[in-house]
Ligand binder design. Sequence first.
Ligand SMILES: Cc1cc2nc3c(=O)[nH]c(=O)nc-3n(C[C@H](O)[C@H](O)[C@H](O)COP(=O)(O)OP(=O)(O)OC[C@H]3O[C@@H](n4cnc5c(N)ncnc54)[C@H](O)[C@@H]3O)c2cc1C
Length: 435
Amino acid sequence: MSRYAIIGAGPSGLAAARALTRRGIGVDGYEASRGVGGLWDIDNPRSTMYESAHLISSRTTTEFAEFPMRTTVDYPGHRALRQYFEDYAEHFGLTGLFRFETTVTRLEPRDGGWDLTSVGPEGAHTQWYAGVVLANGTLARPNIPTFTGSFSGESMHTSAYKSPAQLAGKRVLLIGAGNSGCDIAVDAVHHAASVDMSVRRGYYFAPRYLFGRPSDTLNQGRPLPARLKQAVDSRVLRAFTGDPVRFGFPKPDYRIYESHPIVNTMVLNHLGQGDLRIRPDIDRFDGPTVRFRDGTADDYDLVLLATGYTLDYPFVDRKHLQWQGAAPRLFLNIFPASFNGLYVMGMIEASGIGWQGRYEQADLLAGYLDAVEHDATNAARFRERVTTRPWPDLTGGYRYLGLDRMAYYVNKDAYRGAVRRERHALENPAPHSRG
Ligand SMILES: Cc1cc2nc3c(=O)[nH]c(=O)nc-3n(C[C@H](O)[C@H](O)[C@H](O)COP(=O)(O)OP(=O)(O)OC[C@H]3O[C@@H](n4cnc5c(N)ncnc54)[C@H](O)[C@@H]3O)c2cc1C
């Protein structure tokens, strides 16, 4: 039986370990940190979690289907989630499969598989595997834009933000308004001397609750066509949260769901209370002063870059993952078309795909690796399908913004549907295509 390596014991790596071992496929896991949970372990040096962080998608749309969380809380905090992943790993016997405090530093192809070099408590070690599952996370390497001029105050990316004590008494400027940026803005209004937020474009703000229920649990049945859902949901949001333009945000130059929505209306409440101000895009830094595009300027103590993350697989040459622009080009964001023995887990950004969506990726991969072992004809048929037939449209009909951060964005319904169809085809090959 071939043996596979998994890099990372976050939700995606654990999902891969579960799906592969369930089919009797042998795996060794490598985790740089001291335990499981990925970025949900705030003590993991690579974690981009902060003290006030909670789930953004709700519990029931996020949890692994075969392992419901033991809580009735709709949006648990990061500590509860770390415990959840520890319990998941223990329950399915996954913890012992991982070598902790062991960082993968290099992957090199050899003899149809991969030499994996890692550095752990016993030093450097190289081992050969038939294939390697890359589940090292997508939110670890900060995206740091360049600005004109230089800022003489303190400057920090949100990845280094842990607790509101870091903001106490400071005049804070947040640059960008993603989900983390808005969470941190809410922290800041209670601790900082003042809080401004510089934004380039408008956003859509969704409330956590609608009609008394977690908003992402509504409309879970058959997905509406994109245009109809955009029309309905933008009306509902306008009715419940109002027009963000009233609070100082620019009008979005795109439709709802063409970029990631912000699930945070507290930020709007604070704008309404005057605790926070929206500023335009930055023109330049000038010592302690930040000059904005509209000609206004202000002095700040701390500039906090909420400018997101870039994908990074630093231990393997880019050519092996067929990078195209800001992301590898992979079938269903998992399989390089060359079928070179590398498989990527968790390289999906989507509104509401949850850990079950990540598990379904792992399940498809496990189905394929099982076929490689036991049904060579079926495995070859899958490879042929990937290399000769068009790849499914994963946008769900939404025209995503052409930004780097949207390079691996998918629509959750389109994506999960496509994964399920491929999985079904793998398990149920058409009679004429059997060898
Ligand atoms: C504040 C915040 C809120 C979020 N809220 C939600 C939400 O509500 N719903 C949702 O679905 N997602 C949410 N996310 C997204 C989050 O990325 C996923 O939930 C999930 O953690 C992704 O799992 P992962 O295993 O792919 O990556 P990670 O959780 O990042 O795990 C990757 C693991 O790989 C390890 N690793 C990395 N490099 C190496 C190496 N070279 N060698 C060995 N080990 C390595 C890391 O130490 C880490 O443990 C949120 C993210 C943040 C930051």
